[in-house]
Design a protein around this ligand. Structure first.
Ligand code: IPE
Ligand code: MG
Length: 228
Protein backbone atom coordinates (compact mmCIF):
# COMPACT_ATOMS: atom_id res chain seq x y z
CA UNK A 1 0.00 0.00 0.00
CA UNK A 2 2.34 2.73 -1.22
CA UNK A 3 1.84 6.33 -2.24
CA UNK A 4 -0.23 7.90 0.54
CA UNK A 5 2.31 10.68 1.00
CA UNK A 6 2.53 11.52 -2.70
CA UNK A 7 -1.25 11.45 -3.00
CA UNK A 8 -1.48 14.06 -0.24
CA UNK A 9 1.37 16.14 -1.61
CA UNK A 10 -0.31 16.36 -5.03
CA UNK A 11 -3.40 17.74 -3.37
CA UNK A 12 -1.50 20.07 -1.09
CA UNK A 13 -2.95 18.44 2.04
CA UNK A 14 -1.12 16.96 5.06
CA UNK A 15 0.27 13.43 4.78
CA UNK A 16 -2.15 12.38 7.52
CA UNK A 17 -5.00 12.97 5.06
CA UNK A 18 -3.30 10.65 2.60
CA UNK A 19 -3.03 7.96 5.25
CA UNK A 20 -6.67 8.41 6.20
CA UNK A 21 -7.72 8.01 2.57
CA UNK A 22 -5.43 5.00 2.45
CA UNK A 23 -7.57 3.34 5.10
CA UNK A 24 -10.67 3.94 2.97
CA UNK A 25 -8.86 2.31 0.05
CA UNK A 26 -8.02 -0.64 2.28
CA UNK A 27 -11.67 -1.04 3.23
CA UNK A 28 -12.79 -0.91 -0.41
CA UNK A 29 -10.17 -3.42 -1.43
CA UNK A 30 -10.82 -5.88 1.40
CA UNK A 31 -14.51 -5.73 0.65
CA UNK A 32 -13.99 -6.38 -3.08
CA UNK A 33 -11.37 -9.13 -2.78
CA UNK A 34 -13.64 -12.11 -1.96
CA UNK A 35 -15.89 -11.16 -4.88
CA UNK A 36 -12.92 -11.70 -7.18
CA UNK A 37 -12.42 -15.17 -5.73
CA UNK A 38 -9.50 -14.16 -3.53
CA UNK A 39 -9.26 -16.20 -0.32
CA UNK A 40 -6.44 -14.39 1.39
CA UNK A 41 -5.03 -10.89 1.27
CA UNK A 42 -1.96 -9.68 3.09
CA UNK A 43 -1.47 -5.93 3.31
CA UNK A 44 1.72 -4.18 4.28
CA UNK A 45 0.55 -1.66 6.84
CA UNK A 46 3.67 -0.76 8.76
CA UNK A 47 7.19 -2.01 8.28
CA UNK A 48 9.90 -2.36 10.90
CA UNK A 49 11.63 0.46 9.00
CA UNK A 50 8.64 2.81 9.25
CA UNK A 51 9.65 3.66 12.84
CA UNK A 52 12.27 5.87 11.23
CA UNK A 53 9.59 8.31 10.10
CA UNK A 54 8.93 11.51 12.08
CA UNK A 55 7.21 10.87 15.39
CA UNK A 56 3.95 12.59 14.46
CA UNK A 57 3.59 10.49 11.32
CA UNK A 58 4.26 7.29 13.27
CA UNK A 59 1.61 8.29 15.77
CA UNK A 60 -0.84 9.12 12.94
CA UNK A 61 -0.29 5.64 11.53
CA UNK A 62 -0.78 4.03 14.94
CA UNK A 63 -4.00 5.99 15.34
CA UNK A 64 -5.24 4.64 12.04
CA UNK A 65 -4.64 1.05 13.07
CA UNK A 66 -6.76 1.65 16.14
CA UNK A 67 -9.48 3.28 14.06
CA UNK A 68 -9.40 0.57 11.41
CA UNK A 69 -9.68 -2.36 13.81
CA UNK A 70 -12.37 -0.62 15.86
CA UNK A 71 -14.47 0.37 12.88
CA UNK A 72 -14.14 -2.83 10.86
CA UNK A 73 -14.09 -5.59 13.45
CA UNK A 74 -17.86 -6.03 13.55
CA UNK A 75 -17.99 -6.25 9.77
CA UNK A 76 -15.27 -8.91 9.80
CA UNK A 77 -17.14 -10.93 12.41
CA UNK A 78 -20.36 -10.62 10.39
CA UNK A 79 -18.80 -11.41 7.04
CA UNK A 80 -16.83 -14.44 8.19
CA UNK A 81 -13.44 -12.75 7.74
CA UNK A 82 -10.53 -13.92 9.83
CA UNK A 83 -8.04 -11.25 10.85
CA UNK A 84 -4.44 -12.04 11.57
CA UNK A 85 -1.79 -9.47 12.34
CA UNK A 86 1.71 -10.56 11.39
CA UNK A 87 4.89 -8.88 12.55
CA UNK A 88 6.86 -8.27 15.71
CA UNK A 89 4.97 -7.34 18.84
CA UNK A 90 7.92 -5.61 20.48
CA UNK A 91 7.59 -1.85 20.16
CA UNK A 92 3.86 -1.89 19.42
CA UNK A 93 1.84 0.14 21.98
CA UNK A 94 0.06 -2.05 24.55
CA UNK A 95 -3.44 -0.84 23.72
CA UNK A 96 -2.93 -1.79 20.06
CA UNK A 97 -1.69 -5.24 21.08
CA UNK A 98 -4.86 -5.67 23.13
CA UNK A 99 -7.03 -4.61 20.20
CA UNK A 100 -5.21 -7.03 17.93
CA UNK A 101 -5.50 -9.93 20.40
CA UNK A 102 -9.21 -9.27 20.79
CA UNK A 103 -9.82 -8.98 17.03
CA UNK A 104 -7.84 -12.13 16.30
CA UNK A 105 -9.66 -14.08 19.00
CA UNK A 106 -13.07 -12.91 17.86
CA UNK A 107 -12.44 -13.84 14.24
CA UNK A 108 -10.36 -16.99 14.85
CA UNK A 109 -13.14 -19.34 13.68
CA UNK A 110 -13.94 -17.43 10.49
CA UNK A 111 -13.02 -19.11 7.24
CA UNK A 112 -14.43 -17.28 4.24
CA UNK A 113 -11.50 -14.92 3.88
CA UNK A 114 -8.17 -14.43 5.62
CA UNK A 115 -7.00 -10.86 6.02
CA UNK A 116 -3.41 -10.62 7.18
CA UNK A 117 -2.22 -7.21 8.23
CA UNK A 118 1.56 -6.93 8.24
CA UNK A 119 2.20 -4.53 11.06
CA UNK A 120 5.65 -3.87 12.46
CA UNK A 121 6.56 -6.52 9.91
CA UNK A 122 9.82 -7.23 8.11
CA UNK A 123 10.36 -10.40 6.11
CA UNK A 124 13.96 -10.86 7.21
CA UNK A 125 13.00 -10.52 10.86
CA UNK A 126 10.22 -13.05 10.27
CA UNK A 127 12.62 -15.52 8.65
CA UNK A 128 15.17 -14.95 11.42
CA UNK A 129 12.52 -15.67 14.04
CA UNK A 130 11.49 -18.83 12.17
CA UNK A 131 15.15 -19.95 12.23
CA UNK A 132 15.33 -19.38 15.97
CA UNK A 133 12.25 -21.51 16.47
CA UNK A 134 13.64 -24.17 14.18
CA UNK A 135 16.85 -24.25 16.18
CA UNK A 136 14.94 -24.51 19.45
CA UNK A 137 12.72 -27.28 18.05
CA UNK A 138 15.73 -29.22 16.84
CA UNK A 139 17.42 -28.95 20.21
CA UNK A 140 14.22 -30.10 21.88
CA UNK A 141 13.97 -33.03 19.47
CA UNK A 142 10.64 -31.86 17.99
CA UNK A 143 12.14 -32.15 14.49
CA UNK A 144 15.33 -33.74 13.22
CA UNK A 145 15.58 -32.25 9.74
CA UNK A 146 15.55 -28.76 8.24
CA UNK A 147 13.14 -28.70 5.33
CA UNK A 148 11.39 -26.12 3.20
CA UNK A 149 8.12 -27.03 4.94
CA UNK A 150 9.66 -26.83 8.42
CA UNK A 151 10.71 -23.25 7.69
CA UNK A 152 7.36 -22.27 6.11
CA UNK A 153 5.49 -23.64 9.10
CA UNK A 154 7.40 -21.35 11.43
CA UNK A 155 6.81 -18.14 9.51
CA UNK A 156 4.06 -15.79 10.63
CA UNK A 157 2.27 -16.52 7.34
CA UNK A 158 1.96 -20.24 8.15
CA UNK A 159 -1.86 -20.03 8.12
CA UNK A 160 -2.06 -18.53 4.63
CA UNK A 161 -2.34 -20.40 1.32
CA UNK A 162 0.65 -20.24 -1.09
CA UNK A 163 1.30 -16.72 -2.32
CA UNK A 164 0.20 -16.18 -5.93
CA UNK A 165 0.44 -12.45 -6.51
CA UNK A 166 2.16 -9.44 -5.01
CA UNK A 167 0.88 -6.00 -5.95
CA UNK A 168 2.77 -2.82 -5.21
CA UNK A 169 1.24 0.55 -5.94
CA UNK A 170 2.68 4.00 -6.68
CA UNK A 171 5.15 2.89 -9.32
CA UNK A 172 7.90 1.72 -6.94
CA UNK A 173 9.48 -1.48 -8.22
CA UNK A 174 10.86 -3.36 -5.22
CA UNK A 175 9.68 -5.69 -2.49
CA UNK A 176 10.92 -3.64 0.49
CA UNK A 177 11.29 -6.61 2.83
CA UNK A 178 7.76 -7.93 2.24
CA UNK A 179 7.06 -11.70 2.17
CA UNK A 180 10.50 -12.53 0.79
CA UNK A 181 10.35 -16.28 1.46
CA UNK A 182 6.73 -16.58 0.37
CA UNK A 183 7.35 -14.67 -2.87
CA UNK A 184 9.50 -17.43 -4.41
CA UNK A 185 7.04 -18.13 -7.24
CA UNK A 186 4.61 -15.28 -6.83
CA UNK A 187 3.76 -13.08 -9.78
CA UNK A 188 4.65 -9.44 -9.24
CA UNK A 189 2.42 -6.65 -10.49
CA UNK A 190 3.46 -3.03 -10.14
CA UNK A 191 0.82 -0.39 -10.65
CA UNK A 192 1.19 3.37 -11.00
CA UNK A 193 -1.96 4.13 -9.00
CA UNK A 194 -1.33 5.73 -5.61
CA UNK A 195 -2.73 3.67 -2.75
CA UNK A 196 -5.49 6.11 -1.66
CA UNK A 197 -6.98 5.76 -5.17
CA UNK A 198 -7.00 1.95 -4.95
CA UNK A 199 -10.18 -0.10 -5.06
CA UNK A 200 -12.06 -2.74 -7.09
CA UNK A 201 -11.09 -1.27 -10.50
CA UNK A 202 -7.37 -1.25 -9.78
CA UNK A 203 -7.56 -4.70 -8.18
CA UNK A 204 -9.39 -6.02 -11.22
CA UNK A 205 -6.64 -4.62 -13.49
CA UNK A 206 -3.97 -6.31 -11.37
CA UNK A 207 -5.83 -9.62 -11.57
CA UNK A 208 -6.15 -9.24 -15.33
CA UNK A 209 -2.36 -8.84 -15.55
CA UNK A 210 -1.98 -11.90 -13.31
CA UNK A 211 -4.25 -13.97 -15.57
CA UNK A 212 -2.07 -13.19 -18.57
CA UNK A 213 1.05 -14.57 -16.90
CA UNK A 214 2.24 -18.05 -17.70
CA UNK A 215 3.17 -19.65 -14.39
CA UNK A 216 5.73 -22.38 -14.82
CA UNK A 217 7.19 -22.75 -11.34
CA UNK A 218 10.58 -23.42 -12.85
CA UNK A 219 9.33 -26.06 -15.27
CA UNK A 220 9.27 -25.73 -19.07
CA UNK A 221 6.20 -24.47 -20.92
CA UNK A 222 4.10 -27.06 -22.65
CA UNK A 223 2.01 -30.04 -21.57
CA UNK A 224 2.46 -31.13 -17.97
CA UNK A 225 4.56 -34.23 -17.53
CA UNK A 226 2.93 -37.19 -15.88
CA UNK A 227 3.46 -37.25 -12.15
CA UNK A 228 5.74 -39.83 -10.59
C1 IPE B 1 2.31 4.18 2.30
O1 IPE B 1 2.39 5.46 1.85
C2 IPE B 1 1.80 4.10 3.72
C3 IPE B 1 2.71 3.50 4.70
C4 IPE B 1 3.98 3.25 4.56
C5 IPE B 1 2.13 3.15 5.98
P1 IPE B 1 3.70 6.33 2.04
O2 IPE B 1 3.59 7.10 3.30
O3 IPE B 1 4.92 5.46 1.92
O4 IPE B 1 3.60 7.34 0.81
P2 IPE B 1 4.77 7.90 -0.11
O5 IPE B 1 5.63 6.76 -0.55
O6 IPE B 1 5.52 8.90 0.71
O7 IPE B 1 4.03 8.54 -1.24
MG1 MG C 1 6.25 5.01 0.40
Amino acid sequence: MDGNGRWAQRRGVPRAVGHREGVQALKRTVEAAPQFGIRCLTVYGFSTENWNRPLDEVSDLMGLVRAYVRSDLERMVRENVRLRVIGQREGVPDDILELIDDAEARTAGNDRFLLQVAFNYGARADITEAMRRLHADMKAGVIDEITDAAISQRLSTCEAPPLDLIIRTSGEVRLSNFLLWEAAYAELVFQEVLWPDYGPEALSAALEAFRCRQRRFGARPGPMRAAG
